[in-house]
Design a protein around this ligand. Structure first.
Ligand code: NDP
Length: 243
């Protein structure tokens, strides 16, 4: 297979950093974005470079106008093409229904729905045939286990519909589109050491939090040769949380 290029949004920390590292380990050149964690982004690039891989970080807020075109153009200018897009950047916004305001609604929609759509659209325009679009959702798209997360769950469910539409739009070019729904994954967003984690553990069939590398493995499968006939699908990686 020829040299492949990936774009990962939100690759400075957590799941996005693990995806970036895994795709680089698979031999891809990876451009990843971040919003504010410059030092962490530098460390991801440094580690990949020390292992002989190729990665670059670009400070691009996924919610900002023009973000998708800038990120796609940068990946193509720096690495010569684009084969894989991973829509990962996200935040966990929760709060009592009555207290959620317009700003929070707009922020969540911009980051979790508008950005994956615009990044997918911009990537599809310039991606090579046979490319892959993978969006990181959440198990909350399918089942909401407690109150206060309707906004987050709504945005994460939306990318499922988008992905099935993309699979139809792009199938004739051999481009696949899939969603990975993580369950509880130990990151800054959802630390396995937190008080809340204690109440989550009994609901997880495997009895423990997942690691960012567990999600990166699923993404690598969908981005790699074995995932070529999977499109419009949802892969839940949650240790049986939603079982
Ligand atoms: P983290 O908070 O650990 O990392 C989030 C990453 O997204 C960081 O690299 C951050 O960059 C980046 N990011 C956030 N906002 C923006 C923005 N506006 N523009 C560009 N980059 C941005 O989160 P996780 O790794 O845990 O989550 C990654 C994805 O997985 C999210 O979509 C999340 O909803 C989803 N998920 C996570 C679960 C979990 O249990 N951890 C469960 C289910 C889904 P920076 O630091 O520079 O701001």
């Amino acid at each position: 297979m020829e040299h492949r290029v990936a774009l990962v949004t939100g690759g400075s920390r957590g799941i996005g950093a693990a995806i970036t590292q895994r795709l680089a380990a698979e031999g891809m050149s990876v451009l990843f974005t971040y919003r504010s964690s410059g030092t962490a982004a530098y460390e991801v690039v440094d580690e990949i470079t020390r292992r002989g891989g190729a990665a670059l970080a670009a400070r691009i807020d996924s919610g900002a106008p023009g973000a998708a075109e800038t990120a796609v153009s940068t990946a193509i200018e720096r690495f010569g093409g684009l084969d894989v897009l991973v829509n990962n950047a996200g935040t966990f916004d929760s709060g009592e229904l009555a207290s959620v305001g317009l700003t929070e609604v707009d922020h969540a929609l911009a980051l979790h729905v508008r950005a994956p759509y615009l990044f997918s659209q911009a990537a599809a325009r310039r991606m090579r045939d046979g490319g892959r679009i993978i969006t990181i959702g959440s198990t909350f798209a399918d089942r909401v286990p407690y109150a206060g997360v309707a906004l987050y769950a709504m945005t994460k469910a939306a990318v499922g519909g988008m992905t099935r539409g993309l699979a139809r739009d792009l199938g004739e070019r051999g481009i696949t589109a899939n969603v990975v729904h993580p369950g509880n994954i130990d990151t800054d967003m959802n630390p396995a050491s937190s008080e809340e984690a204690a109440s989550e553990l009994p609901q997880i069939a495997l009895g423990q939090y997942g690691a960012p590398a567990d999600i990166a493995g699923a993404v690598a499968f969908l981005a790699g040769p074995d995932g070529g006939y999977v499109t419009g699908a949802t892969l839940t990686v949650d240790g049986g949380y939603n079982a």
